[in-house]
Design a protein around this ligand. Sequence first.
Ligand SMILES: Nc1nc2c(c(=O)[nH]1)N[C@H]1C(S)=C(S)[C@@H](COP(=O)(O)O)O[C@H]1N2
Ligand SMILES: [Mo]
Length: 433
Amino acid sequence: MAASLNADDLQAVAGGGLLHRRLLLKSGLAMATALAAPTVAQSAGPDAPPVLPENPSSPSWLHQPGKPFSSYGSPSRFENRVIRSIGANRDLPGNGVSWTPLESLEGIITPSSLHFERHHNGVPDIDPAQHRLAIHGDVSAPQMFTIDNLLRYPMRTQTLVIECGGNSNAGWHYEPIQRSVGAFHGLVSCSEWTGVPLAILLDQVGVDPKASWVIAEGGDAAIMNVSIPLAKLMDDAIVALYQNGERIRPENGYPLRLIVPGWEGVVNVKWLRRLHITTEPAMARNETSKYTELLPTGKARMFTFVMDAKSLITSPSPGQKMHGANIYEIKGLAWSGRGRIAKVEVSADGGRSWAEALLQDPILPRCFTRFRAAWNWDGKPAILKSRATDETGYVQPERDVLVAERGRNGYFHYNAIVAWGIDEDGAVRHVYA
Ligand SMILES: Nc1nc2c(c(=O)[nH]1)N[C@H]1C(S)=C(S)[C@@H](COP(=O)(O)O)O[C@H]1N2
Ligand SMILES: [Mo]
């Protein structure tokens, strides 16, 4: 198959057979016939490369009228395994998470129905007509906004990642966890959010110059509150009403949610009902007993808002199976809470050598960036890694470096380089390497 590519194309640029990224741009047709793709292990047939399917003679949908229109669409029934995996607290089913199936998705947008969830006490069923947002405290004109009020303000749209500070926490385990990339790293999703820039509302209530913190409170039965520096909210926060073009899903904060670009999930308060402008943080549960970490130095990290750069190879990934020596497209996602992704490198030899991946447009700040690389796999055991660098020069660390810096009490903010081991039989496992 690889014969349709010339010798230059197949010249490796890094160990283990990584090819130059220009290959993915240049040889459309040649690549289309040369590329192999891993399959989901459970549904994989024998270990043979996929063959061209036969043209089914006469499927029923060629000679029967299709179903009528629907007022709200849903995915094909054949895609019913592309679902969030749920990890709920047995005693309190409203407390827990659901993970986005990152390995099953393409592009950079997470469909709203598959956006990850983190709720402290379930999803409230809020009537927008009865919902209010109060902005008060150190302000000259405290105000109560209805949803109808807010819908009349000028809006801004931004495509942004939201990542839970606890995402990927299994990375701290002593043994590498064996789960799909979504069930390991899927407390991160990317949506297009639209709403009112918070600076406009803060301007209107007249914030006292001595104020420096805002305590944001949600309208769920967790009455979750968190403290956020006022300067950040003035800079780029959005009081969002829309997600991917439609009103926000109940799970993600309907009818109103605070969006704090690039900062950990917990400050993106859902079902937003109150912004208390003040001079001190509240020292609430989610900034003292949680989201605070004891370092080896004996000091604790607190208010670690920014999500550091991270990347993941979504294909091939655990649960998928490679089908023998061939050219494969390695693909994945990278993002940074600090801005744009500048570079993603991929290694096929466990990090000894690296090749630059192709970054797919658009490359937006604090948004998923899709990367791709071509890999001529020789069928021998290999270790795949990806490493993101953002526009501030921050480089995603190796796991041993992160563990040495943070110690063994870590739970939050795990962003180390992830390694997938490929066996000779094509199975993909999570490894520490
Ligand atoms: N009111 C309220 N806001 C909340 C939460 C919550 O339980 N209640 N969970 C927070 C946490 S920890 C995260 S990671 C994100 C999750 O957002 P999502 O469920 O839309 O993915 O919402 C944050 N905002
Ligand atoms: Mo979170």
